[in-house]
Design a protein around this ligand. Structure first.
Ligand SMILES: [Zn+2]
Length: 407
């Protein structure tokens, strides 16, 4: 990114850069997801529920088979072996026979991926290496179809989505699908059905931004603080909903196991979680948009969120803030606006003085930075944000020799 930045500016001045050239360069392809609400009728909802349940049982049975094969003969069943087993099984199991073969294969692949991830975690030893688990009904909410050129199990026709064995479902097409659909995922969230298309699009070629630079420090007191001294409050959506969540949780546990009322209570509980998730996401998008519109380079901390979640006292607050999601949204937005996000090593950014680099030791409670060397008086987070910005600029300088981002 930084390199292209340089060459384009040296070859053409900005006005000269021919538009067609820029389009031709756009070879790399990106994946984007488009999610739509499905307006299902009662029949379709029931059929979708049955199909999802069959997929869940397939997933669990494949996991069971892998476990027994390993325990009996110490063999690891591969995806290919399990797909072959499924083909045989279809001849005798009417439920499996009713599944679309390719979507069933996607479910088997999903188990294969969770195994691969499990082994990767063991290899790397950085995270806890939880074994793939059997999925309860609450934990299995989606199934995926391949979406090749010719019809295979599902098809989007206008604002209708046709699914094999289920029928034609109305789609709330609130915006057009872009690019070439590669997969379609049906998902149930708190009792509502959605379809998510994963599409391939040519990555848009954008001119590198010439807007000013900024450093941001993320925290819990403020969601983020910029090096320009602006604070963004931390909305703590989850915390606000905790009383409601506890109430809903109690209501679930009072209902009879496997009863109809329990299912209803679970949906109510899920709805609260969905609301929290949506509000948080919306906040992240708006904030990322604002930052990207005003800045060409954004320096942030490279956070090790897994490690931070190990901190019991703050783990819920950290999860509630959702820094990881915010950072990935910010990177995406920056990419399509020609801005750049650099992650820097966060160690010591809050302790060093951003003016003279002296060490000013603070505890988490100390909200104010006052340097006894150069006399700098500053908000603690603003000081950290300035340090982050300085490191961000330095790392860019190091990466491409002479940087042209200084403003
Ligand atoms: Zn100082």
């Amino acid at each position: 990114m930084a390199e292209r930045h340089l060459t384009q500016q040296t070859l053409f001045s900005e006005e000269e850069l021919p538009v067609q050239e820029a389009v031709k360069v756009a070879a790399p392809i990106i994946r984007r997801a488009f999610k739509y609400r499905l307006w299902t009728n009662e029949n379709q909802e029931r059929e979708l529920g049955i199909t999802l349940e069959t997929h869940r049982r397939l997933y669990n049975q494949c996991l069971e088979n892998r476990k027994t094969a390993y325990e009996r003969d110490g063999k690891v069943l591969s995806y290919v072996a399990q797909a072959a087993w499924f083909t045989q099984e279809c001849k005798t199991n009417p439920f499996y026979a009713r599944l679309n073969v390719h979507s069933a294969q996607q479910t088997i692949r999903r188990l294969d991926r969770s195994y691969a991830n499990f082994f990767r975690r063991i290899r790397e030893g950085t995270e806890k290496s939880g074994f793939p688990r059997f999925k309860s009904q609450d934990r299995f909410n989606s199934l995926t179809f391949n979406y090749p050129e010719r019809a295979n199990g599902c098809r989007l026709i206008g604002d209708r989505f046709r699914v094999q064995h289920i029928g034609t479902i109305r789609v709330k097409l609130h915006r057009p699908v872009q690019g070439k659909i590669k997969t379609a995922t049906l998902k149930r969230e708190a009792g509502k059905w959605y379809v998510i298309f994963s599409c391939e699009l040519p990555s848009p070629e954008v001119k590198p931004s010439t807007l000013p630079v900024v450093g941001i420090d993320m925290g819990l007191t403020h969601f983020l603080t910029t090096s320009e001294g602006q604070h963004e409050p931390n909305p703590r959506y989850l915390k606000n909903e905790l009383p409601a969540l506890r109430r809903a949780g109690r209501s679930v546990s009072r209902k009879m196991k496997n009863g109809k009322n329990r299912k209803k209570a679970v949906v109510k509980l899920q709805k609260i979680h969905v609301r929290v998730r949506n509000l948080r996401r919306e906040h992240h998008f708006q904030l990322a948009c604002r930052l990207v519109r005003a800045h060409g380079l954004i320096a942030t901390e490279g956070l090790d969120i897994q490690e931070m979640l190990g901190n019991r006292r703050f783990s819920r607050a950290i999860q509630d803030a959702g820094w990881g999601q915010f950072l990935s949204i910010l990177k995406n937005k920056a990419e399509s606006a020609g801005s750049e996000v650099v992650e820097v090593d966060p160690r010591g950014t809050s302790q060093r003085c951003s003016e003279c680099q002296a060490l000013v030791v603070k505890t988490l409670r100390d909200r104010w930075h006052s340097c006894h060397h150069c006399g700098l008086e500053l908000d603690r987070d603003v000081n950290a944000a300035r340090n982050i910005l300085a490191r961000g600029k330095a790392s860019l300088d190091g990466a491409c020799g002479k940087a042209n981002v200084d403003q």
